[in-house]
Write a protein of this length. Structure first.
Length: 282
């Protein structure tokens, strides 16, 4: 089988998560022991990737003291975790503009640390992705420096059911300003706006030359119902699972369901591997 990059997997320091958030992840999961094991051992997680026939994975972490519980220490944690095999493990961290003075310097530090992408999670970090237009200066500085040093920014779009999440901030159209104001910044709209705003995500990906989306958290068997014209943007779509997010089944099952879709082999190859490999070269 051709290689696969899963650009959106959550391996995290489980002991840093708020109890109510941890319970939501645990609820109904038969594989929760694996979640805990992988958070403690990158070696075990790499075995898991081998078994799932995944070549590389984006390891998503972000600062969210208000909703999830992570402080800025999560950046150093994920950089250290992915240092076990930086070719296969792509570390995503974040710069929370409400908790840092010099956001630009922090972006530079994270890149030197080995962070490969930044995560903005509006509904968990409690600000809109375009809030720099309303005076949130550190957010503008973060985008500017990320654009300057070539770090892609993944912006969560779509609803969240975690306690305390503010979904008003997660509408994809709020990222339109980012595409306008930072035209050379690579932006990945995580989850394609699911389930309420998928048409907006599709529009934005078509509008902005450096805007992409991942399909994580969308049941693969439903993908063509939501994005019937996905082949038109096949050059700008990244495969991801969002495992072990609430309601997300096993990684291998997601891959099998995606491969069963009536999408051309060329488009599948781009989505499963080529696009992410281009954005995150070894």
């Amino acid at each position: 089988m051709p290689p696969i990059i899963d650009i959106h997997i959550h391996v995290q320091p489980n002991d840093a998560i708020k109890p109510e958030a941890r319970e939501l992840i645990r609820r109904g999961r038969r594989d929760y022991d694996e979640v805990l094991k992988f958070g403690e051992s990158a070696k075990e997680f790499l075995k898991f990737l081998d078994e799932a026939e995944i070549e590389r994975a984006g390891i998503i972490n972000y600062v969210s003291p208000d909703v999830i519980g992570y402080t800025a220490e999560v950046n150093d944690w994920v950089a250290n975790y992915c240092s076990a095999d930086p070719r296969r493990l792509l570390a995503f961290g974040s710069v929370h503009p409400k908790y840092i003075f010099d956001a630009g310097a922090e972006v530079t530090r994270l890149k030197k640390l080995g962070i490969r992408g930044l995560k903005v999670h509006p509904s968990h970090q409690l600000f809109a992705p375009n809030e720099y237009r309303n005076g949130l200066g550190p957010l503008r500085a973060m985008y500017e420096r990320a654009e300057e040093v070539g770090l892609p920014v993944m912006i969560h779009t779509g609803t969240s059911i975690f306690p305390g999440a503010r979904n008003v901030y997660a509408q994809p159209m709020l990222a339109d300003d980012v595409g306008v104001d930072f035209a050379n910044l690579v932006v990945i709209l995580a989850h394609g706006g699911r389930p309420l705003w998928m048409n907006e995500a599709f529009f934005l990906v078509r509008r902005h030359k450096n805007m992409y989306m991942d399909v994580s958290g969308i049941p693969p068997q439903k993908l063509l119902e939501h994005f019937p014209r996905i082949e038109e943007i096949a050059d700008k779509v990244l495969f991801g699972t969002d495992w072990p997010g609430p309601g997300v089944p096993g990684v291998r099952g997601n891959i099998e369901k995606f491969r069963a879709l009536a999408i051309s082999p060329d488009a599948q190859q781009k989505i499963l591997y080529d696009n992410a490999a281009r954005l995150f070269p070894v």
